[in-house]
Design a protein around this ligand. Structure first.
Ligand code: M6R
Length: 606
């Protein structure tokens, strides 16, 4: 959460900072600020405001200040309301700072160091600035290290000291910072999306070290006083894929990309018609030696975990737990050296998931991560990583990341089924053939988007909505419902269709639309009964249904027909249809689809 950026070099810092912050806005967008060294006076000048980067850009337009060094921040509020005084950068004496994370002991620090008088904001960050200023007497490295020793919590801190024009310092604990040296200078950011425009070479800043960036050099010194050589990584995302490609919103563009991202994810992992993880270096032993599987993830990634659970149970006949990462380590999980922990995360930075991985590793589990961002924190903690090839996902609502996570999971299950003797080679080939029909099925749904748009218009005015389904359909709807909630602000609840009568059916009324999903033949007759129960209570029902199951229902329901695949693969076309539904509801309501209120793309606070 919170986008941070720093630049020192030869170019105009204002444009670089503002452009980069715009690319980082998916991390938080309630207020924004930049601080720059004035090239003429060497003074630090801070500009900040409540609102978006475009608002700050407008405010700065008239300024004549010239600068080649500065830091910037786009905020997702934690401590303190969304007010200009709480926006970063914060300044105290000689120190100017931006921060991503939470300093948990800030109150204690205020008391211990009697800092209250100096503070104007309600943030934990300003306390760090005050503490740095308290200790600073010209040796930034020492001061930063000393203050870091007093902080509890997670942080990526980027700092400037007034008597060191052109110099930026950074330090981090858990919260990420990526750094790049490019032709025009040195650049750091909380997220790779801000660096790709300058260079493809970058490194992830290590913990327990202080980074010093000047226009033509940088040094990284560990807390032990030794120089640290960073490990250079190459960004393999096509940065042109960062634009909207003519779509009004990233979410629409990312939904439309799914046939391609699915293909990109699976193409090197199918050899002779069989699943293969040789390119990933995942040994067969890693997949056969485990006795238990436990998935940890949050939000959409957790929903992908639920789909894995359904497959593991039905194909592998194995026990599998799927845990919300934020609850995991507080629930006394049964984890040991026989457990394969599967961590699922688009960003690879979700701190709840990261902490769950660290906990499980301490208990002896092996960790396999399914991630979209190379070199991310979870990647570095894991024994094995299977990368999804979704490319940069910018819209806060996750779409292509989910379907690529599923793609990896379907491959994983096929591989394990073969290795564990649950499937013969022939059965595995058959599964893989059907699996490879998924992109075509997704494309067919995308072709139906006008129809789905019409359905969306029918739920625009709803305040509450239910989504009902059974088995795998229920898991698919949990994801569909999350999409609708987060981008349209309609209160949507996904419910197991058979469970509705045990309570929530009390909420069904004429103005509460119901979206039902039917793709699992063996559950169809029971689910149709549940649908009749809500219809009988006045609800208008939209039925998303697998085409071959839809005969004889056309008269009674508004239908969205989903292209036929074998039942276990139906999540793919179904979820894409639900993503489109959420997207059209949000865009028709005139919302900023890509930046829903209160949310951020990368969640680095617990
Ligand atoms: O980066 P991660 O996959 O770990 O993120 C997990 C959730 O924060 C994320 O899926 C969130 O629920 C999305 N906004 C859902 O669209």
């Amino acid at each position: 959460m919170c986008g941070i950026v720093g630049y020192t070099g030869v170019k105009d810092a204002r444009e670089i900072l503002l452009d980069s912050l715009e690319l980082l806005e998916h991390r938080g967008y309630d207020s924004v600020g930049i601080a720059r060294f004035d090239s003429e006076t060497s003074q630090v000048c801070v500009d900040k405001c409540v609102g978006r980067v475009r608002d700050l850009r407008r405010e700065c337009e008239q300024e004549t200040l010239s600068s080649t060094c500065g830091i910037g921040h786009t905020r997702w509020a934690t401590h303190g309301a969304v007010l200009e005084k709480n926006a970063h950068p914060h300044r105290c004496g000689k120190v100017t700072i931006v921060h991503n994370g939470i300093v948990e002991n800030y109150r204690q620090l205020i008391e211990n160091y009697e800092l209250q008088e100096q503070l104007v904001s309600e943030t934990d960050t300003e306390v760090v600035a005050a503490l740095l200023d308290h200790y600073y007497h010209g040796d930034a490295q020492r001061t930063i290290q000393k203050v870091a020793g007093k902080l509890k919590g997670t942080y990526a801190l980027v700092m400037m000291f007034e008597d060191q024009p052109g110099v930026i310092y950074a330090i981090r604990n858990v919260s990420p910072i990526v750094v790049a040296e490019c032709e025009e200078g040195m650049m750091l950011a909380s997220d790779l999306t801000a660096l790709g425009q300058f260079t493809k070479q970058y490194f992830v800043m290590p913990e327990h070290a202080v980074l010093k960036m000047e226009a033509d050099r940088m040094t990284l010194v560990g807390f032990d006083g030794n120089v640290v050589e960073p490990e250079l990584l190459t960004l393999d995302w096509e940065m042109q894929s960062l634009g909207k490609n003519g779509y009004p919103f990233y979410m629409e563009k990312e939904i439309m990309e799914q046939p391609d991202t699915f293909m990109a994810t699976v193409k090197n992992r199918i050899v002779n018609g069989l699943p293969d993880f040789t390119v990933d270096g995942v040994s067969d032993e890693a997949l056969t030696s485990c006795k238990r599987i436990c998935v940890v993830a949050c939000g959409t990634a957790w929903h992908a975990g639920l789909m894995l659970q359904a497959l593991v149970k039905s194909v592998l006949h194995m026990h599998i737990d799927v845990e919300l990462a934020s609850e995991f380590m507080y629930s006394d999980p049964v984890i040991n050296e026989n457990t394969l922990l599967i961590a699922v995360s688009q960003s690879g930075e979700t701190v709840d998931t990261l902490e769950a991985v660290k906990y499980a590793k301490q208990k002896g589990a092996k960790c396999l991560a399914v991630l979209n961002v190379r070199g991310s924190s979870i990647a570095r903690e894991s024994d094995y990583v299977l990368y999804t090839e979704a490319g940069p996902e910018i819209a806060v609502a996750s779409t292509k990341a989910y379907t690529t996570q599923l793609a990896v999971m379907y491959l994983l299950v096929a591989k394990m089924a073969l290795l564990r003797g649950e499937y013969t080679v022939e059965e595995t080939r058959h599964y893989m053939e059907e699996f490879q029909r998924v992109p075509e099925a997704i494309s067919k749904v995308l072709e139906q988007r006008k129809e789905i748009h019409v359905v969306a218009k029918n739920v625009l005015e709803a305040k509450d909505l239910f989504m009902i389904g059974r088995g795998m359909d229920y898991s698919t709807l949990l994801e569909g419902s999350l999409k609708l909630k987060e981008v349209s602000y309609i209160h949507s609840e996904a419910y197991a269709a058979g469970e509705l009568k045990h309570g929530p059916i009390a909420l069904i009324a004429q103005d509460v639309p119901v979206v039902a999903l039917v793709t699992q033949e063996k559950l169809m007759s029971k689910e149709l009964s549940n649908i009749k129960e809500v219809k009988a209570r006045g609800a208008s029902v939209v039925l998303f249904i697998k085409q071959s199951l839809a005969e004889q229902l056309k008269e009674d329901y508004e239908l969205v027909l989903l292209p036929d695949l074998e039942d276990k693969f139906m999540v793919f076309p179904a979820v894409v249809a639900l993503q489109l539904l959420a997207y059209y509801v949000s865009s028709d309501k005139g919302f900023d689809v890509d930046k829903p209120r209160n949310l951020a793309k990368v969640v680095t606070v617990e």
